[in-house]
Design a protein around this ligand. Structure first.
Ligand code: AMP
Ligand code: MG
Length: 495
């Protein structure tokens, strides 16, 4: 494979851990040429890439996995994980290859990963590839999450080839270039715990702390403090998902980031009609990862993670278990605090009051009964006026009398803070997005890309998702209800 000098200074601190933690592997070039589908200018600024770099054929070769990049040290990471509650001893990057790290002048380091770039030693029965459809979904969703202010991995670019990849049908193979400060997962620790290679846990934990939690380097009981922070970050992340209606779809422990990022976008969805038991992954027959299960699953996943680092927490298993149990006990209260504070903001309250939770519950109960669109309702609520009829909000409900009753208690609650309507509206507009990535939006972009090789819809949706709280009159149609055909869409794990 040829080597290309992109004038980027790659390093790879992860590779210094040694090959117990990964396998060195190179991307497998596609047989047919690739083309660039989209380039994320915002992400390129994070990396301080030269402007226009994406126009060069060298760039395309590197980020479609057809050439080596000078300075890179490509590898696939090892991990295991609990999938749908069952421990799977060896997973690992089955179709992702980390090229190395790039640093910017602020000394921020980004791991650069190609997803869909061919077989690795962890591919098991897979082909190491990703199809265009799932690549577009991850690409758009990670940008949507960024726009919403939710911690996430980021996509730098997406390329597509003419090579066929077989899923339910023949599809085209694509490569997503993904960035994150680190892609290390809960499962990256589980693998060494279950293999009884406990000495390897400390090396990995020290690496993560050194590079990503430097603020605790001088703490006593460093690993305990670290676990506390991970529990807190995960609670916060899931509260943010809930408050925006995001459903991850495959919250296996190998998809949980030790940095508290949203990681591995598969059959995700933004909930549209409010439905607590909403399941976005059609392969999740039991509803394990339903919207209203996500916070509970967060604790299950954290318990798996805590278990895997027990050997680091103290000298004896009993003491370690005690420490971990105490920390895990804080999860629900952290989650509740984050969630209620986000919901209070969504409703425009400055202060927190005891009655708020029942006010929120009552609204959600009614929204569930009437299948009210989560995003549209909260956006409309920004315009609520205590002294007006609020018909545009009222009309979203079938049981209008019940809404009126709720509106009276909301008016009452707003009165307790004497909030100026205009100021409240402004604040609420910055918390309740106008635009989310609805399934039909991703699907429309996918169909145009697949059928006509027309990638313009990807750009349009991408641009609007970068500013989801802004009024964008030219994109008004994306702020409305999904079209009827969208209700027949289904998303599975196949990607
Ligand atoms: P996921 O649930 O998509 O995060 O994937 C679970 C595991 O399967 C991970 O180890 C992936 O790397 C691996 N995997 C998923 N799809 C493929 C594929 N097409 N080829 C090889 N490995 C895959
Ligand atoms: Mg995964």
């Amino acid at each position: 494979m040829s080597q290309i000098d992109l004038n980027l200074r790659f390093s790879n601190s992860f590779s210094s851990l040694g090959e117990d933690y990964f396998s060195r592997v190179s991307p497998t070039p596609f047989k047919s040429p690739s083309r660039l589908v989209h380039f994320n200018r915002r992400a390129s600024k994070l990396l301080e890439l030269e402007s226009g770099i994406e126009k060069s054929s060298d760039f395309l070769h590197v980020f479609s996995g057809s050439s080596h990049v000078l300075g890179g040290d490509p590898l696939a990471m090892l991990y295991s994980g609990h999938q749908f509650g069952q421990y799977v001893p060896q997973l690992g990057d089955g179709r992702a290859i980390m090229l190395g790290e790039l640093s910017n002048t602020k000394d921020e380091k980004w791991e650069i990963q190609l997803k869909g770039s061919g077989l690795t030693p962890y591919s098991r029965n897979g082909d190491g590839r990703a199809v265009l459809r799932s690549t577009i979904r991850e690409y758009l969703c990670s940008e949507a999450m960024f726009g919403l202010g939710i911690p996430t991995t980021t996509a730098l670019c997406m390329t597509v080839s003419e090579d066929e990849v077989y899923r339910e049908n023949m599809e085209r193979g694509a490569v997503l270039t993904r960035l994150a400060p680190s892609h290390i997962r809960f499962g990256s620790f589980e693998v060494f715990y279950y293999r009884n290679q406990h000495e390897k846990l400390a090396v990995l934990a020290d690496y993560v702390i050194q590079n990503h939690y430097p603020e605790i380097l001088t703490s006593q009981d460093q690993y305990t403090v670290w676990l506390k922070i991970i529990v807190d970050r995960t609670a916060k992340l899931i509260a943010q998902w809930q408050a925006i209606g995001f459903c991850h779809g495959v919250m296996n422990t190998d998809n949980m980031s030790v940095l508290g990022l949203t990681l591995d976008y598969g059959p995700f969805a933004f909930m549209e009609a409010y439905e607590p038991t909403f399941v976005c992954n059609h392969s999740d027959y039991q509803g394990r990862y339903a919207y209203n299960q996500q916070s509970k699953i967060g604790l299950f996943n954290l318990s798996c993670f805590a278990q895997s680092i027990l050997p680091l927490l103290s000298d004896t298993p009993e003491k370690s278990a005690e420490i971990a149990t105490e920390i895990l006990k804080t999860y629900h209260s952290s989650y509740d605090q984050y969630f209620s504070s986000l919901m209070q903001k969504k409703l425009g309250f400055n202060e927190s009051m005891q009655s708020d939770l029942s006010l929120i519950d009552n609204l959600h109960l009614l929204m569930a009964e009437d299948k009210v669109d989560f995003t549209i309702l909260y956006r409309q609520l920004c315009k609520f006026r205590s002294s007006a009829d609020n018909n545009s909000i009222r009309d979203l409900f079938i049981q209008r009398d019940k809404f009126d009753e709720w509106a009276r208690s909301y008016t009452n609650r707003l009165g307790k803070e004497d909030l100026d309507d205009g100021i409240r509206e402004k604040k609420m507009l910055a918390t309740n997005p106008k635009y989310i990535l609805r399934n039909y939006m991703a699907e429309t972009a996918i169909r145009k890309a697949e059928d006509d090789k027309d990638y313009s819809e990807i750009s349009r949706v991408f641009d609007l998702l970068e500013k989801p709280f802004d009024e964008q009159p030219e994109n008004e149609k994306y702020a409305g209800f999904p079209p009827d055909w969208a209700s027949r869409l289904s998303v599975s794990c196949s990607s």
